[in-house]
Design a protein around this ligand. Structure first.
Ligand code: GLU
Length: 449
């Protein structure tokens, strides 16, 4: 099923494998981009001469550090922190922080690599980075979370700055965590430097629509993609995996545009409601009470809860994986297509395995890769940076119009680029090529740095 790489791209790929042993997700993310680039290197032979590919696969800087903190019992705990500053050809490093026990260097590298192209696709002046820790926020008290965030920032602050590197949230990091980190940054530097972090609270420099942006953006992209095939989100039955920030605001926008979400999930199980999920109840459970999604079926008798259930086995028109990497396999892709699914938009980063992606592309359903479909989050982060720089605060409607516009442009760019390079309808190629070209041209212009 794997696409073959031409000889020179294969050499680049083998080099990435041997220089980054054991980092499977990073290899996967690199391979997916390389698979799209054959025709680009034919058209732009100078990129070979400048060794753009070899350079783009090697992070500009990787920081790994110890994060010591004390739990509520007074016990000393040690975690590992990461920041991979991957590429700054287009602007300061930009990308989220992930706190999850599964995080290791390979996770951050794959996310940072994807972020380069995603950020380029937004058309905003931002480079690519990612960071995080193997810290597990589950079952931690608010004080423990605060102490961890402060310790994390105590090391990280020296590597950040509004013109240097601007982190935000990702899995396990929301406004609360950004607040604790911003407070510590401010204390250590004696600067109220709003533009150093995005995803801030509305009272202290945050931007409207940032919370909603990744989910809303994914649905805007999906709708554009469906429109180009003569249909739309309206009346579609949808599956949304996950129940975090991305999933919640994906469901909200689907609902606003007339779609119906019948299932969502967390790492323990799936909830299903044929009549459509009650979004207010999900928000109450996940945003206010911060408990497991199984609680939904306790309070809404109509719904069914499937512990360890597989969400992709439920028949749907549209699937939006919004949980985590590699959550949708080749087998799941086959099941979805067999059950009549016509479109998939990735709200999470790399949620579909390469077998799954190839299956969707071969089946010719509308498939939106994460680096295009979920770019609304980071694009709105760039809008937050703009507002911080001009000490301004835009209203919700204006900001949402901007986001909708950006997603439309990203869709157009991916759509047209796929066509230009001979694979119409293939948004994977469109996104990889359009993102790569922007970064590669800037790198070539900036000389050997
Ligand atoms: N973590 C988000 C992403 O995957 C947002 C990054 C940001 O806003 O900087 O794109």
């Amino acid at each position: 099923m794997k696409k073959r790489l031409d000889e020179k791209l294969e050499l680049v790929f083998q080099d990435v494998i041997s220089r980054n042993p054991g980092e499977g997700e990073f290899h996967q993310a690199v391979r997916e981009v390389l698979e799209s680039l054959g025709p680009v290197l034919v058209k732009y032979p100078e990129f070979r001469q400048h060794k753009i590919l070899e350079r783009i696969c090697e992070p500009e800087r990787q920081i790994i550090f110890r994060v010591p903190w004390q739990d509520d019992q007074g016990e000393v705990r040690i975690n590992r922190g990461f920041r991979v500053q991957f590429n700054s050809a287009l602007g300061p490093y930009k990308g989220g922080l992930r706190f999850h026990p599964s995080v290791y260097l390979g996770t951050i590298k794959f996310l940072g690599f994807e972020q380069i192209f995603k950020n380029a696709l937004t058309g905003m002046p931002i480079g690519g980075a990612k960071g995080g820790s193997d810290f597990d926020p589950k079952h931690k008290s608010e004080n423990e979370i605060m102490r961890f965030c402060q310790s994390f920032m105590t090391e990280m602050h020296r590597h950040l700055g509004e013109y240097t590197d601007v982190p935000a949230g990702d899995i396990g990091v929301g406004t609360r965590e950004i607040g604790f980190m911003f407070g510590q940054y401010k204390r250590l530097t004696n600067r109220y430097e709003s533009g150093v972090l995005t995803g801030k609270g509305l009272d202290w420099g945050g931007a409207r629509v940032r919370r909603e942006a990744t989910g809303y953006g994914a649905v805007f992209f999906l709708n554009e993609m469906l429109k180009s095939r003569g249909t739309s989100v309206e009346g579609k039955t949808c599956l949304v995996s996950g129940s975090g920030n991305v999933a919640i605001y994906t469901m909200e926008k689907l609902q606003q545009l007339g779609g119906k979400t019948v299932a969502c999930s967390d790492s323990n199980g799936v909830i299903f409601d044929r009549k459509g999920l009650d979004l207010n109840l999900i928000k109450q459970i996940k945003e206010v009470e911060r408990v497991r999604i199984s609680e939904y079926a306790v309070r809404q008798k109509r719904a069914k809860y499937f512990p360890n259930g597989k969400i992709w086995e439920i028949p749907c028109d549209v699937a939006l994986p919004c949980a985590t990497q590699n959550e949708l396999t080749g087998k799941d892709a086959k099941t979805l297509v067999k059950n009549g699914c016509i479109a998939v938009a990735e709200g999470a980063n790399m949620p579909t395995t390469s077998e799954g992606v190839h299956y969707f592309l071969d089946a010719k359903i509308a498939f939106a890769p994460g680096k295009a479909a979920n770019a609304g989050g980071v694009a709105t982060s760039a809008l937050e940076m703009q507002q911080n720089a001009s000490r301004d605060a835009w209203d919700f409607a204006y900001t949402e119009t901007k986001l909708a516009d950006i997603m439309k442009q990203i869709h157009r760019r991916c759509h047209d680029t796929a066509e230009e390079f001979g694979t119409p309808g293939n948004y994977v190629n469109g996104a990889n090529i359009a993102g790569f070209l922007k970064v590669a041209k800037a790198m070539a212009a900036l000389g050997l740095v």
